[in-house]
Design a protein around this ligand. Structure first.
Ligand SMILES: Cc1cc2nc3c(=O)[nH]c(=O)nc-3n(C[C@H](O)[C@H](O)[C@H](O)COP(=O)(O)OP(=O)(O)OC[C@H]3O[C@@H](n4cnc5c(N)ncnc54)[C@H](O)[C@@H]3O)c2cc1C
Length: 440
């Protein structure tokens, strides 16, 4: 009997999940897994972990939602903690899978991981070699849909955008019929209870702060948010005017955490925008949300093109940036105790909630690079740990851009913080709100 293994990673959803759907069509029994990896919890060269408490909470909620959806359709999700190679080989020994699948992701680490798993499963050590499958639904377009090869991808956003808008169409989302899921493999319980308890208890502010109160992980909540922002409040119709806000639930879509965890796909969002435009009409704002998805798309394929350069000090331009590491100053930036009130408010918001607006992210990155003269990689690594919506391409790509080593044709971006404060927090409400929160 055909038996499959599916490894969820940045695709914590059942609908519009190409790799999962393809596997499920091939098998009569399936073992569905998620792996928390020990290295996510280890302090890296920049003094941070890849996984911080806010994203950890969001991920566990997303897995819970996935588990519930699967359970109510006769399937199960098994959550493991350990090295993927070891876990997968052990499971293969136990079940002798005929098919193994994982979704495609443009990250260096993700590509290497998939490559290693494929090699291990095809190696001489393995008696019954499974068919190893992958498919993409993390990006709007498949690699073959792009109107240029990845090697010829423009290094600047505008030509990329113009070309894909003219010559490419996002893939339509695909549907999975939950009535016909393959049966679960008989198995011992997984070891979710052994997950590390990091950084003390879960953040309580997430439940109370007005910007993040509804950032609850899972596919169910992702669709609810999409519905809320479009047909619910019709916030989408004014997105272009409101998107530079600093605090509040409605100024932007807030879809990033769900997109990063894969609780919703960019293709589903694009389809939703189209449907909304069909009902309420298209305008600059409805277009602008798609425009921002194209930024996300651009960074994903840049990451695929440039690999490790995406995370290196000299960036994709291989140009030495200004700035060095000064531990004391860097800690002040992290804790929101610099000489710049707007930066302090943004950094405290990040620390306490795991979220920061796009405007805030631009300001704090500009401050780190230009006002404080620090090494941008430390800022990017801190964001990686803290952001609830961390996505490797969007994070490191945006940081490079602001540090002048990435995909910005104009070179360094330096924001005038006094002017920005005047424009985006004219009454000082945002600064006042966060000044009451401790900086540590
Ligand atoms: C220094 C820096 C670091 C960043 N790190 C991340 C990150 O780790 N993860 C992440 O998802 N976004 C990142 N962004 C992009 C952006 O700030 C967030 O996507 C956005 O603030 C999320 O809020 P939203 O979903 O309400 O966005 P909206 O304004 O509603 O935009 C809709 C979606 O478009 C995409 N998007 C919007 N702006 C950008 C952008 N500049 N680059 C790439 N995609 C974009 C996101 O998927 C977002 O959810 C970063 C930006 C900067 C300047």
């Amino acid at each position: 009997m055909n038996t499959g293994l599916y490894w969820f990673e940045h695709d914590l959803r059942l609908q519009d999940n190409q790799a999962l759907s393809q596997l499920l069509q091939e098998v009569k029994q399936a073992h569905l897994i998620y792996i928390f990896q020990p290295k996510w919890f280890v302090v890296n060269d920049f003094g941070h972990c890849a996984m911080g408490q806010h994203r950890y909470r969001f991920l566990r909620e997303s897995l819970h939602d996935l588990q519930q959806q699967l359970n109510s359709n006769g399937q199960q999700l098994h959550i493991y903690y350990g090295e993927p190679d070891t876990i997968i080989m052990k499971l293969h020994e136990q079940y002798e899978f005929t098919h193994v699948a994982k979704h495609f992701h443009t990250g260096v680490y993700e590509c290497n991981q998939f490559e290693r798993m494929s090699q291990l499963l095809q190696s001489d050590k393995v008696n019954s070699k499974p068919q190893v499958m992958t498919a993409n639904s993390y990006t709007l377009f498949n690699e073959n849909d792009l109107p240029m090869s990845v090697a010829n991808l423009p290094d600047v956003f505008s030509p990329f955008r113009r070309k894909v808008e003219k010559d490419a169409k996002p893939q339509a989302p695909i549907k999975l019929d939950l009535n016909y899921l393959p049966a679960p493999c008989e198995s011992e319980p997984s070891i979710a209870n052994d997950l590390p308890k990091i950084l003390g208890s879960d953040p309580i502010l997430a439940k109370h702060n007005k910007t993040v109160q509804q950032l609850i992980g899972g596919e169910t909540q992702a669709r609810a948010q999409m519905q809320y922002y479009t047909f619910g409040t019709q916030g989408l119709s004014t997105y272009k005017e409101t998107r530079n806000g600093l605090e509040g639930w409605d100024f932007s879509s807030k879809l990033s955490p769900w997109l990063a965890a894969g609780c919703i796909s960019a293709r589903q969002v694009a389809e939703w925008i189209n449907e909304y435009e069909g009902t309420y009409g298209a305008n600059d704002s409805t277009y602008w949300l798609f425009f921002e998805l194209l930024w996300r798309e651009f960074y994903q394929w840049q990451q695929y093109k440039y690999g490790h350069h995406m995370y290196q000090h000299k960036g994709i331009q291989q140009h030495t940036p200004t700035g060095g590491h000064q531990p004391d100053m860097f800690v002040r930036w992290c804790n929101g105790s610099t000489d710049y009130p707007i930066i302090n408010a943004c950094m405290r918001q990040l620390k306490h909630t795991g979220f920061m607006s796009n405007r805030g992210r631009q300001l704090v990155a500009s401050c780190l690079v230009h006002e404080l003269g620090l090494n941008w990689q430390y800022g990017a690594a801190y964001f990686e740990q803290m952001l609830i919506d961390f996505d490797p391409a969007s994070n490191w790509g945006n940081w490079q851009y602001l540090a002048g080593v990435g995909s910005d044709p104009r070179g360094l971006r330096r924001f005038n913080l006094a002017k920005q404060t005047q424009t985006y927090d004219p009454d000082g409400e945002f600064i006042a709100y966060w000044s009451s929160y401790t900086s540590l």
